[in-house]
Structures are given as structure tokens and as C-alpha cells.
Design a protein around this ligand. Structure first.
Ligand code: ZN
Length: 341
């Protein structure tokens, strides 16, 4: 039985053992709930709350970002972000929003505040890169560096009472009101560490699907940087550099609507892959598989109709009917197959 014997500060006014017991149990439950990774939490109540994803098109308004050859990073970022939002909103179990929908200036800190206010489950910032060397090319996926994580820990430990921590523990988010400093700091550190691990898994998923979709990658490892926009207490967050505007080949692709669609589609697949492995608590993804359902598919080497059907959760008959194929037809490489009516 837990018993406080000292009589100072917070506990002076409380003199019944059961209150200590209650505080201890609720604190313990919160800690357990918070340190479990979502993927291993089974038996949660069924929730149909969609996974909320906030997409952040970098820069905007008077902040042009990188500029090259009369092209602005802010426009490329917004174009890709809008396509990503549209693509994600076609998928059952996901709701996507943007931090800016037009060419307007939004402070970086306000982008993060938006994520907190909307209680989103994931945060994806979209940018385009620039380099002095025009040969440098390819996409990058960035997560918060150790330096950024330390900085975040410092910020939260300096002012523990100013913040109420959002704890995701089931379908209803609970508010954890400030506990004595050491406990509050412990929960904060645990939260930041968990978020950092999930952000890395998210980055890896996205990078893998970019590679699988033949998008040129600058670095096969995820990168780490201390960026304010990635300093998140409890929302897995990544920044995607879609390519180098200073490289002719990258710039041609980044400014092509077709490529932007392909890029957004590939990021979508990466996000779905992550959500199926690490479903955010209290969301549709906990109890349902999220399916990637594109409108069409281009046949690649090694594909079979059965393999394609399985990949998109269709029956062999459905894919044949949609594409007017006969029993023995095998589509050639490069043929576009319809996956939806
Ligand atoms: Zn940028």
C-alpha cells in the first residue's frame, strides 16, 4: 500500500489513504497507456474516428522558400500537398487537412499549433530543396534530430505547469492535468521518445514506398535535422524534401502535374503502410486494415493478374470485369489497368 508520510506542499490537504491510492493507480494507468506502442494495444473499443493527418505545404506568401529559374518552392510544395490531401481523402479511415490552402504566409509555430489544436495523428511537411551543386538530386525524408529532441525536452521541463499534456488512451483523449514536476517530466520525456520512434518508422515507410515507386532518392537513409516544424510532443512528424529545384531533371519533374500526382500517390502508400503497422490509438486504423485503392495501375515486370488483384483487395473476376479481360488474358508491361469504376 502506498502511503505518503511527509506532510508538506501538495499532500498536506489530503488525509485519506484512498485518495493516494487513487492518484497512484490513475497515474500508473496513464503511464502504462502512454508507454505502450499503438501496434501492440489490442482489444481497444471499436472506433470509427478517422486518422487525422495534417499536411503542411512549406513556406507561402512573402516566404518564397527556394527559388530557381522563376520557380518557387512555396508553389511546388502547395501543389504536391494539395494532391496528397486529395489522395488521402479518397481513402476510407483517413481525413487530411492543410496548414495553408493558398499562397499565404503562416508562421512555423502556428503550423505546429494547428496540429495541437486539431489533435491530429500525423504531421507531414512538404518542401523542395536547393543546392549550390546542380548535380545534387533526389528526394529526402527528414525527422527531428537528437539536438531537436533535447531542445524539446528542455522546453517542456522548464515550464511543466504551463501545459496540459494530451494523452491518447483510447477513443477519448484524456487531459492529464499537471502532476508534481518529476512525474510530469517523466511523462513528457516518455512521450517525446515515443513520438521520435514513431516519426522514424513513419519516415522509413515513406522512404521505402518512394523507392518502390522509382522516385529518385537523394539518401537511402532518413535524415535528421533540428527543425522547429518537427518539434512535436505527441504527433509523429516528418518533413519530405521532394527533390532539388537546382537540378534540371528534378525541377522538370517537380513542376509536372503528372509527377506531382505520382509523388503524392507514393507518399500516400507510405502513410498507409505505416498506419497499418502503427495505428494511432482511438482511430479507425486500430480495428480496420486501411487499403490503398488507386484509380488505376500500370503493369510492371513480374506482375500477374492475381498478384495485382490481391494487392488492391480485389477479386480476380472484379479486375477482369473492370478491364474487359478474358480468362487467359495477361496484360503487357506498361498497360494501364482500371481498379475502380
Ligand atoms: Zn523549404
Amino acid at each position: 500500500m502506498l502511503r505518503y508520510t511527509h506532510h508538506d506542499g501538495l499532500f498536506r490537504l489530503i488525509n485519506k489513504d484512498w485518495i493516494y491510492y487513487f492518484i497512484f493507480i490513475s497515474l500508473f494507468q496513464n503511464l502504462i497507456a502512454y508507454t505502450q506502442t499503438p501496434a501492440i494495444k489490442k482489444g481497444l473499443p471499436v472506433s470509427d474516428q478517422p486518422v487525422k493527418i495534417l499536411i503542411d505545404p512549406g513556406h507561402g506568401g512573402r516566404d518564397f522558400g527556394a527559388t530557381y529559374d522563376a520557380h518557387y518552392e512555396k508553389n511546388i510544395a502547395l501543389n504536391i500537398a494539395k494532391k496528397l490531401q486529395h489522395r488521402l481523402n479518397q481513402i476510407t479511415g483517413i481525413r487530411a487537412a492543410l496548414t495553408r490552402e493558398q499562397d499565404v504566409f503562416v508562421k512555423v509555430i502556428d503550423r505546429r499549433r494547428m496540429a495541437s489544436r486539431m489533435k491530429v495523428d500525423l504531421f507531414i511537411s512538404i518542401h523542395a530543396n536547393a543546392s549550390d551543386d546542380s548535380h545534387v538530386k533526389g528526394a529526402l525524408v527528414v525527422t527531428l534530430s537528437q539536438q531537436g529532441i533535447s531542445r524539446l525536452n528542455d522546453i517542456w521541463q522548464q515550464e511543466p505547469y504551463k501545459h496540459a499534456l494530451r494523452i491518447q488512451s483510447g477513443p477519448n483523449n484524456m487531459l492529464l492535468t499537471p502532476y508534481p514536476v518529476p512525474v510530469s517530466s517523466l511523462i513528457t520525456r516518455t512521450s517525446i521518445r515515443n513520438t521520435s520512434i514513431l516519426s522514424q518508422l513513419l519516415a522509413r515507410s515513406v522512404l521505402n514506398t518512394l523507392q518502390d515507386n522509382h522516385i529518385l532518392i537523394h539518401n537511402h537513409h532518413t535524415m535528421k535535422q533540428d527543425l522547429i516544424v518537427l518539434r512535436a510532443l505527441d504527433v509523429p512528424s516528418i518533413l519530405i524534401e521532394s527533390g532539388f529545384m537546382t537540378n534540371a531533371q528534378d525541377l522538370k519533374q517537380l513542376t509536372s502535374a503528372n509527377y506531382q500526382h505520382h509523388f503524392a500517390d507514393s507518399v500516400t502508400q507510405g502513410l498507409i503502410d505505416y498506419l497499418n503497422k502503427c495505428p494511432p490509438e482511438g482511430t479507425y486504423a486500430v480495428n480496420h486494415m486501411i487499403y490503398y485503392t488507386p484509380n488505376d495501375y500500370i503493369v510492371k515486370a513480374g506482375d500477374t493478374l492475381l498478384k495485382i488483384a490481391k494487392q488492391f483487395n480485389l477479386s480476380l473476376n472484379q479486375i477482369k470485369t473492370l478491364n474487359y479481360l478474358n480468362i487467359n488474358d495477361m496484360p503487357k508491361i506498361g498497360v494501364r489497368l482500371k481498379l475502380k469504376n
